[in-house]
Design a protein around this ligand. Structure first.
Ligand code: NAD
Ligand code: ZN
Length: 236
């Protein structure tokens, strides 16, 4: 029987912490053409521009702190460690800073570099890439950001699909559903909760059991008590 809780988050989760969303109009993104800095083709066209972009994004998250929604997710995971899976599209480290355990980053991590020769990944904190000349595993100097770009496979999607198979309650927070098939996931799940700032053409709200259009920090207490109710009442 499906009995797991999947908490799936996107850029909206970290918006109140001051990290710009993908489609928001402020911050880092407005100075860039997304396809130039976030696609495989853009990377091959101008490698340095993309590496510089990720240096800026890494620097940008240095002083950012989690908001109430990150802490809520960390608490729920701690309360039901074997029942709850925390998967995020975010590449920041705010769930970890909130103390959340076993976070799966579907699109990689800003704080990591990836060795293009041996695929080793390693944490560099908030450093610029230039400070790290060689792969600690194989010594290669062919290093890049460990963030999945458009056009590249996302290895952790395997984990997402496996988790969805076992999920009875899906909680979606702060994602526009343009990258992942959120509608399909909700359709296949018995109970589902959606929290975005506002309705979006890409998401069919009627497929969800509960919908909250408000800031993630304001929705967090309600979502937490709903999760408790689903568990306490034996629904999942
Ligand atoms: P998106 O920018 O496409 O959509 C953001 C969604 O969050 C929107 O639906 C919006 O209504 C909602 N939102 C905005 N502010 C909110 C708030 N305060 N509370 C609740 N909801 C809020 O983001 P996406 O769907 O995650 O896709 C963007 C892609 O870009 C992802 O693949 C992600 O990896 C990447 N990205 C990551 C970060 C990060 O790591 N923090 C930031 C920007 C982009
Ligand atoms: Zn290597």
């Amino acid at each position: 029987m499906k009995s797991k809780i999947l908490i799936l988050s996107g850029a909206g989760l970290s918006a109140e912490s001051g990290i710009s969303t993908f489609r928001g109009t402020n911050g880092l993104w407005k100075n860039y053409n997304v396809m130039e800095v976030c696609s495989e083709a853009g990377f091959y066209n101008d490698r340095q521009k993309v590496l510089d972009f990720y240096d800026l994004r890494r620097e940008d998250i240095t002083d950012k702190v989690p908001n109430d929604a990150h802490y809520m997710i960390a608490r729920v995971k701690e309360k039901y460690p074997d029942k709850v899976y925390v998967l995020t599209q975010n590449v920041d480290d705010l769930l970890e800073k909130a103390g959340c355990k076993n976070v799966v980053h579907l699109h990689g991590k800003l704080r990591e570099l990836l060795c293009e020769d041996c695929t080793e990944t390693f944490d560099i904190g908030y450093d610029p890439i230039l400070k790290h000349k060689k792969c600690p595993a194989c010594g290669s100097s062919l290093l890049r950001h460990n963030v999945v770009m458009f056009g590249e496979p996302a290895p952790e999607y395997e984990t997402l699909y496996e988790t969805l198979h076992e999920t009875a309650l899906l909680v979606v927070i702060g994602t526009s559903g343009r990258v992942l098939q959120i509608n399909e996931f909700a359709h296949k799940t018995k109970y589902s909760i959606l929290n975005n700032l506002e309705p979006d053409k890409a998401i069919k709200a009627r497929l969800f059991t509960k919908v909250f259009y408000k800031k993630a920090s304001s929705a967090a207490p309600v979502i937490e008590s709903l999760v408790d109710q689903y568990v306490d009442n034996g629904y999942i």
